[in-house]
Design a protein around this ligand. Structure first.
Ligand SMILES: *Cc1c(COP(=O)(O)O)cnc(C)c1O
Length: 396
């Protein structure tokens, strides 16, 4: 017999979510996650992936992944510290360090897992972490796991950060203090104010940690937000993911050699969870190579992002204040946002609605993620559908 308490917990809560319209039905995609996707028997223009550069379906990456399966098999076989460190993992880390301009890199199985690993390897209950209020869930969980005191500051509010940093230092309660931020905030597409953050960090001797999941491959000609501002020597942790612009799976921290040495002996997901597969490591290495050789995909991404933004803005949509290709289309009311997204879907555009509590109440939006792989024709078609649905629902 299974637990009655568990059953009633699950059934009651699922029913409650369904009643409030908050239960997320997941659409399975048939085939590759490219600029167009197939869901059921319909093909839709895909404006929802994080596959910024189109690398998830790139031929050169598929080729090296297949070769790695032939040469190394399908699994790493063990955790990195036993005998799961393959030459392919070391090549990936070496390539990433060159790309990021740091002494060393450690790779993990995912970006989420990387934040779980890296924050708690360095911070503990005698420390404090200053965390932007809009930081990603994996940062929040990584901070919690460390048991450090978490001090939230208002989003990108440098006066608030300085004030809270000063208070934390003057309290004399903490051994170490970290400031942690997303490099690019994925709901609005705005960029963290890293030059100011670094200044404040220098003034108060804060450890700096930038999660660049949405900045890598996008800003700094692909090398990320830290490079965009020329701050490679001033940021302690440059965290990134291999699952978004890089198109594969995995996460990493780039930094000084002593930091990476420490993470290799102290971060628990590195020590107790098997590394990414040979195909993943080889494909990620190839992706980084492509980005180092040419900025073509990066330029195409920006061109497409700017094209979509201009098209939607001209129609009269509120596209917020994005500084990156991420293009929110702000509708406001939660129900209206969900209806808008559903109508876009019915007309042929796959763009997800994002509403409270992910974003503040009354700022519901449909978020568009254009990629380098979209053609002008696809974007024109998407804009025409936006126009039709926008007029139909009285948004424009
Ligand atoms: C997506 C994301 C992650 C998690 O990365 P995965 O590689 O998908 O696990 C971490 N941080 C931020 C800011 C993200 O957007």
């Amino acid at each position: 017999m299974t637990s009655k308490a568990l059953n009633s917990f699950l059934n009651d809560n699922i029913a409650d979510l369904k009643e409030r319209g908050l239960y997320n039905e997941i659409d399975p995609v048939q085939g590759p996650n490219g600029p167009e996707i197939k869901i059921g028997d319909r093909t839709l223009i895909n404006l929802s992936s994080n596959n910024y550069l189109g690398l998830a379906t790139e031929d050169r990456l598929k080729q090296v992944a297949k070769q790695a399966v032939d040469s190394h098999g399908v699994g790493a076989g063990a955790v990195r510290t036993i005998n799961g460190t393959l030459d392919l993992h070391l090549e990936l880390e070496k390539k990433l360090a060159a790309f990021k301009g740091t002494e060393a890199v450690i790779s993990y199985q995912s970006g989420f897992n990387c934040n779980m690993a890296a924050i708690s390897a360095v911070m503990d209950k005698h420390d404090a972490i200053l965390s932007d209020e809009l930081n990603h869930a994996s940062i929040i969980d990584g901070c919690r796991l460390s048991r450090a005191k978490i001090i939230r500051f208002n989003h990108s509010d440098m006066d608030d950060l300085r004030k809270k940093a000063k208070e934390a230092v003057e309290s004399g309660q903490y051994n170490k203090i970290m400031v942690i931020t997303d490099g690019v905030f994925s709901m609005d597409g705005d960029i963290a104010k890293l030059p100011e953050i670094v200044d404040i960090a220098e003034e108060f001797d804060l450890i700096t940690y930038v999660d660049d999941a949405h900045g890598s491959g996008v800003l700094g000609k692909g090398a990320g937000t830290v490079k965009h501002f020329g701050l490679q020597d001033k940021v302690d942790f440059q965290m990134g993911t291999l699952s978004k612009a890089i198109g594969v799976i995995g996460g990493y921290v780039a930094g000084k050699a002593n930091l990476i040495d420490w993470l290799k002996v102290r971060s628990r997901p590195f020590l107790f969870s098997t590394a990414v597969s040979p195909a993943d490591a080889a494909a990620s290495t190839k992706a980084v190579e492509i980005l180092m050789e040419s900025t073509e995909l990066n330029e195409k991404l920006w061109e497409n992002g700017n094209y979509l933004k201009a098209g939607l803005k001209q129609l009269g949509f509120d596209i917020g204040n994005s500084e990156t290709p991420i293009t929110p289309c702000i509708i406001g009311d939660e129900n209206a946002t969900q209806t808008f997204s559903r109508r876009l879907n019915e007309e042929g555009v796959y763009a997800k609605s994002i509403v409270f509590p992910t974003v503040p109440r009354g700022t519901g939006r449909v978020r568009n993620m254009p990629t380098a792989a979209h053609t002008k024709e696809m974007l024109d078609k998407a804009i025409a559908i936006y126009e039709k649905v926008g007029k139909e629902l009285g948004v424009i």
